[in-house]
Design a protein around this ligand. Structure first.
Ligand code: HEM
Length: 537
C-alpha cells in the first residue's frame, strides 16, 4: 500500500525525482548530446552568415523565446514556501477527512501568498488584499484551501467577478495605475455595487497593508461543509491565525518601503525561513449546526458577511509550519495550480453563489495558463497518493498509461470507482436537499450591505479609524470624476455619517445629506455592535 508511508516529507521525496543539479555536470542539448561550444553560432566562415544547420543555436533560442507563460489573471504576484501541517486534536466527530483524524499526524503543505491586483512585477507593499492559498498533500488527494487575508469578499455572486477585476485593474486606455485602487473605475464600481461596502472597510483599514506574510491571518471566506463518517454535515469556515499575531504597516511606511524594496514581503518570508525562524499559523474552524442555518440575521451563504467570533467561536485544530523555501520559483510558485474545488472526503461545498462560480473558474484559467489539460502532472501539483483514471493524451502528457483499456465500464481491466465506505474512501457529494424555481435573482437575505460594515467600523480604535479615513481620503482623492467621489461619500454615509462627512471634506465634494442606514439586525451580534470584537488588528 503506497499510502502507508505518507509523512511530512513525502512531497519532498517525490519532488526529488525531478530535481536537476547544476553542480559541474557537463552541458548537453535537450537530446543529451554533449555541447562543445556555447558561445559561437555555426557560421559559414568566421565572419559569415549563421547557417540553418545550427541545431544547438536553434534549440537554445527557441526554448528561450517560449519561456514566458501568461501571468495569473489575478494574484499574479506571489511568493511560496513548503511546510507541514500537524493536527492538534481529532476532528473525527465533525469530518471524515483522513488528515484530520489522528492528533499529531503531520502532512506536507505548499503555501502561496500573493497580492491580487498588481502584475507579476508590482510592489509587495501595495494596499491590497493578500491571497493565502494552501495545498495540503493528503493521502486521499490534494485539498486546497484557497483563501485571502480578509474574511469577506467584494461581491456576492461569481458572475460579477470579471466586472470587479476589470474595474480594479489598470484602466484600459492608459494601463494606469499599477497595483492601486486609487482610480475612477474602481470607485465607480464601488459606488454602484453596494454589496462591496463591508469589504471596502477592510481594504481601507490597516489589514490591507500587512507588515509581513508571517503576520497576517488567512480566511477560507466561504462557508464550506464538514461531513462526518455518519453523513452528518456542519457548516464550517476556515481560519489561519499567525502565531506571531497580526501586524500591519502604516501607510507612509508602506509607500517608503515599497519604493526602496519592492520585494519587501517576499524577502522577509525567504529570509526568515533561511535562518530557521519558521512562520507558523494555527488552523481554526468555526462550525454551525445545520439546524442553526437561519438563526443569524445575515445569510451564512453570503460571502460579504463574517460570523462574529463571539457568536461562533474559532476552534484551533492544528498548526502549519513553513520550513523550506522553494528550489525554483517558476517550477513551483508559478506552476502551482490551486483550486477551491480540490476537496477530500469529509470536506464539501455549500450553495454560496460566489463559491459555486469559483469552482468553474480556476481549472478554466489554468487550462490556458499552464498549457492544456495535463497540469496536474507538473511536479508541484502531483498528489502524493496514486492516480488512476481513463483520461488520456493531451499536450505534454507525461504519464505512460499501460494496457489497452481506457474506458468505463469494462471487463478487461479492474479500474473501477471506489465505494464511499471508510475502507475504499470514494468521494460522494453531500446529499443536500434543494428546492426552488430556476431564476436569475438574488435572495433577499443577501440585501443588508451596511450592518457588518458598521460593525467593523465600530470595532476599530481611534487610531485605526483615523487610518481608515486617511486611506479613503488618499484613494478617493485621486479619483478625477467629481461625480464618482460624491457617489462614494453618499454611499458610505450608510456606514457612518461622521466618517463620510470627514472624507467628503478631504476629497472636495459636498457633505452627504443622507442618513446612516438603519441596522436591520436583531441578533445580539449586530444590535450590540459596539461590544462585538472582530479579530484583533
Ligand atoms: C486566484 C478567480 C474569488 C482567492 C484566482 C485565479 C482566478 C480566480 C481565475 C487565478 C488562478 C490561477 O491562474 O491559477 C476567482 C473568481 C472568484 C474568486 C472567479 C469569485 C467568483 C476569490 C476569493 C478568494 C480567492 C473569494 C479568497 C477566499 C484566490 C487566491 C488566488 C486566486 C489566493 C491565488 C492562488 C495562487 O496563489 O495561485 N482566482 N477568484 N479568490 N484566488 Fe480567486
Amino acid at each position: 500500500n503506497q499510502n502507508k508511508d505518507l509523512n511530512e516529507n513525502v512531497k519532498d521525496q517525490q519532488l526529488d525525482a525531478f530535481r536537476v543539479n547544476n553542480d559541474g555536470t557537463k552541458m548537453t542539448t535537450n537530446q543529451g548530446l554533449k555541447v562543445s561550444n556555447d558561445e559561437d553560432s555555426l557560421k559559414a566562415g568566421v565572419r559569415g552568415p549563421t547557417i540553418m544547420e545550427d541545431f544547438h543555436f536553434r534549440e537554445k533560442m527557441t526554448h528561450f523565446d517560449h519561456e514566458r507563460i501568461p501571468e495569473r489573471v489575478v494574484h499574479a504576484r506571489g511568493f511560496a514556501a513548503h511546510g507541514e501541517f500537524e493536527l492538534y486534536e481529532s476532528m473525527k466527530e465533525y469530518t471524515r477527512a483522513k488528515f484530520l483524524q489522528e492528533p499529531g499526524k503531520k502532512i506536507p503543505v505548499f503555501v502561496r501568498f500573493s497580492t491580487v491586483v498588481g502584475s507579476l512585477g508590482s510592489m509587495d507593499t501595495a494596499r491590497d488584499v493578500r491571497g493565502f492559498a494552501t495545498k495540503f498533500y493528503t493521502e486521499e488527494g490534494n485539498y486546497d484551501l484557497v483563501g485571502n487575508n480578509i474574511p469577506v469578499f467584494f461581491i456576492q455572486d461569481a458572475i460579477k467577478f470579471p466586472d470587479l477585476i476589470h474595474a480594479v485593474k489598470p484602466e484600459p486606455h492608459n494601463d494606469m495605475p499599477q497595483a492601486a485602487s486609487a482610480h475612477d473605475t474602481f470607485w465607480d464600481f464601488v459606488a454602484n455595487n453596494r454589496e462591496i461596502a463591508h469589504m471596502i472597510m477592510w481594504v481601507m483599514s490597516d489589514r490591507a497593508i500587512p507588515r509581513s506574510f508571517r503576520m497576517m491571518e488567512g480566511f477560507g471566506v466561504h462557508t464550506f461543509r464538514f461531513v462526518n463518517d455518519k453523513g452528518r454535515s456542519r457548516f464550517v469556515k476556515f481560519h489561519w491565525k499567525p502565531v506571531l499575531g497580526v501586524h500591519s504597516l502604516v501607510w507612509d511606511e508602506a509607500q517608503i518601503i515599497g519604493g526602496k524594496d519592492s520585494d519587501f514581503q517576499r524577502r522577509d518570508l525567504w529570509e526568515s525561513i533561511e535562518i530557521g525562524d519558521y512562520p507558523e499559523y494555527e488552523l481554526g474552524v468555526q462550525m454551525i449546526e445545520p439546524e442553526e442555518e437561519f438563526r443569524f440575521d445575515f445569510d451564512i451563504l453570503d460571502a460579504t458577511k463574517l460570523w462574529p467570533e463571539e457568536l461562533v467561536p474559532v476552534k484551533r485544530i492544528g498548526k502549519m509550519t513553513l520550513n523550506r523555501n522553494v528550489d525554483n520559483v517558476f517550477a513551483e510558485t508559478e506552476q502551482v495550480a490551486f483550486h477551491p474545488g480540490n476537496v477530500v472526503p469529509g470536506i464539501d461545498f455549500t450553495n454560496d453563489p460566489l463559491l459555486q462560480g469559483r469552482l468553474f473558474s480556476y481549472i478554466d484559467t489554468q487550462l490556458l495558463r499552464l498549457g492544456g489539460p495535463n497540469f496536474a502532472e507538473i511536479p508541484i501539483n502531483r498528489p502524493v497518493c496514486p492516480i488512476h483514471n481513463n483520461q488520456r493524451n493531451g499536450f505534454s502528457r507525461q504519464t505512460i498509461n499501460m494496457g489497452k483499456v481506457s474506458y468505463h465500464k469494462n471487463s478487461l481491466a479492474g479500474n473501477t470507482p471506489s465505494t464511499s465506505t471508510a475502507k475504499e474512501g470514494g468521494f460522494v457529494h453531500y446529499e443536500q436537499k434543494v428546492e426552488g424555481r430556476i431564476t436569475r435573482a438574488r435572495s433577499k437575505s443577501f440585501d443588508d450591505h451596511f450592518s457588518q460594515a458598521r460593525l467593523f467600523w465600530n470595532s476599530m480604535s481611534p487610531p485605526e479609524k483615523q487610518h481608515i479615513i486617511d486611506a479613503f481620503s488618499f484613494e478617493v482623492g485621486k479619483v478625477k470624476s467629481k461625480s464618482v467621489r460624491q457617489q462614494v461619500v453618499d454611499m458610505f454615509v450608510h456606514v457612518d455619517k461622521a466618517m463620510a462627512i470627514t472624507i467628503a471634506d478631504n476629497v472636495g465634494v459636498n457633505r452627504p445629506t443622507g442618513e446612516q442606514s438603519k441596522v436591520t439586525a436583531s441578533s445580539p451580534a449586530l444590535s450590540q455592535a459596539n461590544t462585538v470584537k472582530l479579530p484583533q488588528t
